[in-house]
Design a binder for this molecule. Sequence first.
Ligand code: HEM
Ligand code: HEM
Length: 213
Amino acid sequence: MTKVWDGFIRGFHWLLVLAIAVLYVTGEEGYLEAHFITGYLLLALMLARVVWGIIGSDTARFSALFHSPKSALRAMCSNDSEVGHNPAGSYMVLLFFVLIFIQLISGLMSTDDILVEGPLVAYVPSSWSEVASDLHHENFEILLIAIALHVLAIVVYRIKGKNLVKTLLTGKEKGVVTTPKMRSGKLAYIIFVLFSIVILGAWGMQPLQALLG
Ligand code: HEM
Ligand code: HEM
């Protein structure tokens, strides 16, 4: 068994899934204090993931995510054991990062036009926050489609005999040809906590107080 995912990437993924689920429910139901706090924590998580993409384990690095379209097509047709994301999967990951950051940044500039506004609304022209509020709605639909395709791809791999979920849960994989250089995910969690403190300190006090009553 070779270790292919460090503890942070594994935790990051399931925290991301949880955060998106909470953001969906709180956004749709209008629980915007909880929505903001979850959004700030997700922003901290994504920023920590970006830092980990530069200094983290081999399989977490952005350098491992860029592949030619040709190798992506080849990966979709074959069943080779790649270490970490295969070339096709890496396009999906990059798409997720772009969509999630668009969702976060548009959220910071969004307003419900009644009581609640993101912390950047005060700093941008009102036309921007109108566009951002529309984008926050439209981009979420695209994100949902990307999630459906992502889960479908995982199911297809499962049918082809590759259990990617098990690998993402345990971090270990059998029969890989190269051994990636791994780093302990603890540092990334510390970076996540530091980003959370800074972001919640700057923007989170008012929604936190409202939430805690
Ligand atoms: C809100 C829903 C989801 C989002 C936004 C999401 C996003 C992502 C992202 C960004 C990665 C790359 C991780 C990284 O390198 O940082 C990833 C990988 C992965 N996700 Fe998800 N995911 C979602 C739901 C799921 C679900 C429900 C499953 C299980 C059925 C799943 C299974 C996996 C697996 C197995 C990988 C590793 C793929 C590989 O081996 O290349 N994901 N996901
Ligand atoms: C990836 C992170 C996020 C997701 C998935 C998300 C998702 C959503 C969803 C599904 C809605 C309901 C949209 C609608 O009914 O049209 C919503 C509304 C809203 N979100 Fe987010 N959101 C995220 C981050 C943020 C952040 C960081 C903020 C600001 C700090 C924010 C501020 C708002 C506001 C103000 C609304 C109400 C807009 C309205 O009523 O038109 N969101 N969000």
